[in-house]
Design a binder for this molecule. Structure first.
Ligand code: SAM
Length: 274
């Protein structure tokens, strides 16, 4: 018997036109659409005249449902997984299901599409060559501050999802953890009528958000620039390796190898060989 496929299908994060032709085609053709919230997704599917059967698969039942879904796919049915908005599994349910499908050798096909983190990052003006997606911070003050402090020396751009009611507290914690001068960008209501981007130092953005209640509403992606890759960020093992390699190799080559291994800048390492 031919097995079916699990499709991971992104849906819009605000603007309904941001669904792809392929997503519509897959949603129309599958036997079942597994949705995080069937009522919420029902509105989207109605809008596009999609009548496929809906199943509720959310964080509270997805472990149990995964088994049934894997079995259906093995029996030849195809199933699409969608979340309330954006790409499933990205701060959304789906991981246990995809993991179960992969373990059972069931085909998984992910469609590209809307994702708030990637959309915000591409418009942020912050470096995009390396970024760290951190999802939601803890709502608890101390846990949130500790998580941010642990990222103080991170050199990649950091991307967070945040609830509007917590954005002021979170920006205050960012200021405490990274200092007032670190660059941040807030992307709000992306693809929607009141889309805005605010950028500047943490202190500047905090002041703007505090002064404007509208900036404390809607959906928010918070991005924090990485720390400059300076001496302070070069781990001791990287310097040791550099010293060993530069005894054998031209300094530029040694710096390049260590830089690529530790995700550092070759120039910063090269200075240590002089
Ligand atoms: N899976 C989704 C994705 O691909 O972006 C994210 C789901 S997560 C539960 C929801 C969070 O994503 C929101 O709290 C907000 O931080 C962010 N988000 C979703 N849509 C957004 C939008 N239109 N503008 C800004 N942030 C958004």
């Amino acid at each position: 018997m031919k097995t079916g496929t699990l499709y991971i299908v992104p849906t819009p994060i605000g603007n309904l036109n941001d669904i792809t032709l392929r997503a519509l085609e897959v949603l129309r053709s599958v036997d079942v659409i597994a949705a995080e919230d069937t009522r919420h997704s029902g509105v989207l599917l109605n809008h596009f005249g999609i009548e496929s059967k809906l199943w509720a698969v959310h964080e509270h039942n997805e472990r149990q449902k995964s088994e049934a879904i894997v079995q259906r796919i093995q029996e030849g049915q195809s199933i699409a997984l969608i979340s309330d908005a954006g790409t499933p599994l990205i701060s959304d349910p789906g991981y246990p299901l995809v993991n179960a499908c992969r373990s059972a050798g069931v085909p998984v096909v992910a469609l590209p599409g809307a994702c708030a983190a990637i959309t915000a990052l591409s418009a942020s003006g912050l470096p995009t060559d390396r970024f760290l997606f951190c999802g939601f911070l803890s709502p608890k003050q101390q846990a949130r501050l500790s998580a941010l402090e642990a990222l103080q020396d991170e050199t990649a751009t950091m991307v967070f999802y945040e609830a509007p009611r917590r954005i002021l507290d979170t920006l205050t914690a960012v200021l405490d953890a990274f200092g007032p001068e670190r660059q941040v960008v807030i992307g709000r209501e992306i693809t929607k009528q009141f889309e805005t981007y605010l950028s500047g130092t943490v202190a500047e953005v905090l002041e703007k958000v505090a002064a404007d209640a509208n900036q404390q509403r809607g959906e928010i992606v918070l991005m924090i620039a990485g720390a400059p890759a300076n001496d302070h960020n070069i781990p001791a093992e990287a310097l040791q390796l550099l010293s060993l390699l530069s005894a054998e190799l031209p300094p530029k080559k040694a710096a390049k190898i260590v830089a690529s291994h530790y995700h550092l800048r070759a120039n910063d390492l090269y200075k240590h060989t002089l």
